[in-house]
Design a protein around this ligand. Structure first.
Ligand code: GLC
Length: 488
């Protein structure tokens, strides 16, 4: 592909491995690497969270200082530069202790409320953090005359930056692509917070529903200030036009239908490779599936389950939110625990799920293990050691876990929504069910287990089909480049 003359600035709230909470981090750690060879210049801007220093693999250098005004007080922001590991792509890091640099990405309580001068509440703190970040990046672009042609914004977090650029007569020419990774997170923000940053809330369109609550839905600001919009799978791009998935913004999205598309995420095929994965004990590939069994025994041992290579082992690696369809699994738990099967789950999130899974582990310690921690090595060991992988999501913009699971020969059981529908072919590389109900999930588990037990050849075929598929970034990168072209 010929190089396009674009200078692309990616902005977002996470970037793996420097700061990762979920799939958004994986995308921002990988997509710029795919884009870079095809464009003139690429940067990524990220808050300089605490975790960055620990996870960076190249030097972190101080490159500039900028100022942001909050509540009529000047806040100093130092700007630093490192590189995405194994690449030459600069990551611009914005450091400020009151707003950006304490705690983890979404830990709002690590932000100082400028009015009370005390830790903000979780919700307010997140809003303040990302508004502040938007202002800091804006000031940096302006002051350093960063020659951005294309802003690639992600989710609601950087809506502020999009808005500020469009308002600026010198920078309004910068074209903006907004990628929506999760329509369920809309970033409702109170007007009083916007006022702290001298925003004129009247000039921003506010839906009537929000006006009553005196707030602004920042994802709407992002949509309004984007030239083009995409979501992370074709099916989800369609779904967000409906009331069920549109989070109250479906009509706004519908009005922009001609600017909307869906591009499936890829995974880093090199990083997620059971033949090279440093976190798994026995490296394997499609040519050495017997070693996958060894990983299963290793996982059983580590999880305190009975050692048995033939018992079906179900894995789950998710943020524990209702989006992931955990209710369906919980409803089935008594039945699942009665099966001749094992379960190894990991994740953190909503305390109610954490408790339910911890309780299940206490009731059936030789069948069910729950690791209540964000632990990348253990997650990889689940992918490598499990036979089946649960992902019955209520909605799923793209989903990466089902793709990683396939790559590791763990067969996904997923609900036919969003990117799950676009990546899983029922009976070929996984199992699909449609209705959001425990009984539909149950039937699908039974169907999968029948093949697992009675048709081992067929089971292996399903595993192989997932393991040999190409889920790399190449074809999606081409689609993104064509969107950048469409913008110009
Ligand atoms: C969000 C979505 C997930 C998607 C990821 C990366 O985490 O929930 O479906 O894969 O973003 O785009």
């Amino acid at each position: 592909m010929k190089k396009s003359p674009f200078n692309v600035l990616f902005v977002g709230s996470e970037l793996a491995p420097l700061a990762k909470a979920g799939g958004l981090g994986d995308v921002l750690g990988a997509l710029p690497k795919g884009i870079a060879p095809h464009v003139n210049k690429t940067w990524v801007a990220l808050p300089f969270y605490k975790s960055v220093t620990k996870n960076a693999t190249s030097k972190i250098e101080h490159i500039a200082n900028v100022q942001v005004r909050v509540n009529n007080k000047v806040e100093r922001v130092s700007v630093w530069r490192t590189y995405i590991p194994n690449s030459k792509i600069p990551v611009l890091l914005f450091k400020n202790n009151n707003y950006l640099s304490r705690g983890t990405a979404y830990q709002g309580t690590a932000v100082t409320n400028p009015i009370t001068k005390r830790p903000a509440t979780a919700h307010t703190g997140q809003r303040l953090r990302f508004l502040f970040f938007s202002h800091a990046v804006y000031q940096f672009i302006k002051q350093e005359k960063l020659p951005v042609t294309t802003l690639h914004a992600n989710d609601y977090h950087t809506a502020g930056l999009q808005y500020l650029l469009k308002q600026d007569s010198d920078l309004g020419h910068i074209k903006c692509l907004l990628t929506i990774h999760n329509m369920g997170v809309v970033g409702d923000t109170k007007i009083e917070l916007l006022k702290l940053f001298n925003w004129n809330a009247k000039s921003i369109s506010v839906s009537s529903e929000l006006r009553r609550k005196k707030g602004i839905r920042m994802l709407r600001v992002a949509i309004d200030n984007a030239n083009l919009i995409n979501t992370v799978s074709p099916t989800y791009a369609n779904e967000i036009l409906s009331k069920e998935f549109g989070s109250g913004l479906e009509n706004i999205i519908k009005a922009r239908k001609k600017d909307l598309s869906g591009i499936l995420n890829g995974i880093d095929m090199d990083k997620f490779n059971p033949l090279k994965d440093p976190h798994i004990k026995y490296k394997y590939s499609i040519a050495s599936l017997n070693k996958k069994k060894k990983n299963k025994l290793f996982l059983q041992k580590k999880s305190g389950l009975s050692l048995n290579p033939n018992i079906p082992l179900f894995g789950l690696v998710h943020r524990l939110t209702s989006q992931k369809g955990l209710e369906l699994i919980i409803e089935l738990l008594p039945k699942l625990l009665a099966l001749d099967a094992q379960f190894v789950f990991t994740g953190t999130g909503d305390p109610k799920y954490e408790k339910t899974f911890s309780d299940a582990a206490a009731i059936a310690p030789n069948k069910f293990f729950f690791h209540n921690k964000f632990d990348i090595p253990f997650s990889q060991q689940i992918y490598a050691g499990s036979d089946l992988f649960f992902m019955p999501s209520k909605y799923e913009p793209c989903g990466l876990s089902q793709i990683i699971a396939m790559r590791y020969g763990s067969v996904p059981i997923v609900r036919a929504t969003g990117g799950l529908k676009d990546t899983i072919d029922d009976g070929k590389n996984g199992f699909l069910f449609s209705s959001y109900s425990a009984s539909a999930l149950q039937r699908t588990i039974n169907r999968a287990l029948r093949i697992y037990h009675n048709q081992p050849k067929q089971w292996e075929k399903i595993m192989r089909s997932g393991m040999s598929a190409d889920f790399g970034w190449d074809s999606s990168v081409k689609k993104y480049i064509s969107l950048y072209n469409k913008l110009s």
